[in-house]
Design a protein. Sequence first.
Length: 277
Amino acid sequence: MSHESPQVDDARPGTLFLVGDVFAEFAHHEGVFTVSQLARQIRNGGFPDGAGEVRVSVGQGVSLFDVQFVRDTLARRGLSDLVVIDDQALHTRAGREIAHKHRPENVLISQPRPVGGDWYEADLLVDGDNEVMTDHVTGQHMQGMLATEAGRQMFIAVAEQYYLPPEAVGSSYFVIDSFATRYRNFLFPLPAVVRCHVLAHRTPHRTRMTFHCELSVSQGGSETAGMEVRFTAFDTQVSHAKETKAAQRSLQDGVALAAAAAAAEAAAPVRTEVRTS
């Protein structure tokens, strides 16, 4: 993907990073703290350790609840004016209607923002309690499925927010026709950006709209994962009818297969084991 907008995911010089406790392995690096580590250093008088304002950039695995905990800890020591916590992205998490998720911790992106033409960007926002995180955290990097799921949420949110007619927003059913992913680099629990380029979209019928998009997840100016997807947004009633018919056919096929297997088993000759002494 050739398009590059100004890097909003690059840290300012001297910035410290705050990550969720689940990423304690990554916090072994200098300039990176988990929420619990930073709160402990503040209470013990070890942070901040120099004069002047300190800027803390929020990475992955941190919630607004975590940020408030750190701010409260700073306030009790009279340090609020010395530490700036950049948590702006956390306040722009995409809503249920466009992300198609019921629980906020499972939403991986901010509200998509247009950056020119058919290009859109969103911040990657991985909650420590995200469904993909709950049973798979190894090493210092985040698993690739987080990038894939962020891309999936991104193209749905972009379609909902910028392309579907108002009456279809929140009431459309998305069906993926193809979804190819290529992983290029490790994705670490630092700020990252999800990009979407809508290559083509059309409305072959009033009940559906088709899309062809390219997506990427970038960190520090480098692409960590790229995706290409083709999908269709259907009117919910039409999609429900199609899905019901498909489910009925699948059930009928399953019953027929089970019956054939039972008939074959019944027709098979009975084997009698003969023992000789």
